[in-house]
Design a binder for this molecule. Structure first.
Ligand code: ADP
Ligand code: MG
Length: 238
């Protein structure tokens, strides 16, 4: 059973179709990237999987749990990296993880486990005790990923995880995401970065005006070919 699934998932606002009949499945070990212009329905897809929005048709499932009928069980199985990671500047990396662990209502993992999570996402040990106000954008993204992972969820949603990262930080994040897939996570990422999507994904979906219009295998196409296909799909959109 896929860890992330949508079945004929749809969302309307009056006459606006934000998402139309989306069928998608992401298995353990897989990274799927969604590309699409602004307004294509990417954020709506993530918000429906998170249970932040109710669908107007179809359903989303996380590890088999239907999101709109069993939101708590679904959300407990889902890690989420928002586009802008909200952090408390005065807390250190390790204090941030402790804080989010306490919020989860579950017993807090011991500090060694929290340090391991921070190291797993590529934060050097000397950064763990540093205040996050001194973190770079790349370090903030890594800490955001550590927060998402510290729940122990196998299914992960990443909203624009590469935006604002320099090439070195973006490379590290791509390697990190591949490593998480190899560890058995199912990852759905929304991105504008075709070049990184080509490196990161097992499949790339192209969305346009609420519809998934194509799904491609990045191993059989160059980033330039994927870009040409993307432009082709968007050709007659204003
Ligand atoms: N709360 C809302 N009310 C009305 N229309 C909305 C609302 N949220 C999103 N939409 C519309 O749904 C479509 C898809 O939006 P969105 O999922 O945010 O796209 P993306 O994330 O791909 O840029 C857009 O046309 C957007 O204007
Ligand atoms: Mg969006």
């Amino acid at each position: 059973m896929p860890l992330l699934e949508t079945h004929a998932l749809g969302k309307r606002y009056g006459d606006t179709i934000a998402l139309d009949d989306l069928d998608l499945a992401v298995d353990a070990g897989e990274v799927v990237c969604l590309l699409g212009a602004n307004g294509a329905g990417k954020t709506t897809t993530l918000n429906l999987l998170l249970g932040f929005l109710a669908p107007t048709s179809g359903e989303a499932r996380v590890d088999g749990r239907v999101v709109h009928t069993d939101p708590q069980a679904a959300r407990a199985r889902l890690g989420y990296l928002p586009e802008v990671v909200q952090l408390y500047p005065a807390l250190s990396g390790i204090e941030t993880l402790r804080y989010f662990a306490d919020l989860s209502g579950k017993p807090r993992p011991d500090d060694e486990a929290l340090h391991r999570t921070l190291s797993q996402v590529g934060l050097q040990r000397d950064a763990h005790a540093r205040r996050v106000s001194a973190y770079s954008k790349g370090m903030r993204q890594k800490l955001g990923l550590a927060i998402a992972l510290s729940k122990g969820a196998q299914a992960l949603l990443l909203d624009e995880p590469l935006s604002g990262l320099d090439p070195k930080a973006a490379n590290e994040l791509v390697a990190l995401v591949r490593g998480l897939a190899a560890d058995g996570h199912a990852i759905l990422a929304v991105t504008h970065d075709i070049f990184r999507a080509q490196q990161m994904a097992d499949r790339i979906g192209i969305m346009r005006q609420g519809r998934l219009v194509d799904m491609v295998d990045p191993r059989t196409m160059s980033a330039a070919e994927i870009e040409a296909l993307y432009v082709h799909h968007l050709r007659d959109v204003a």
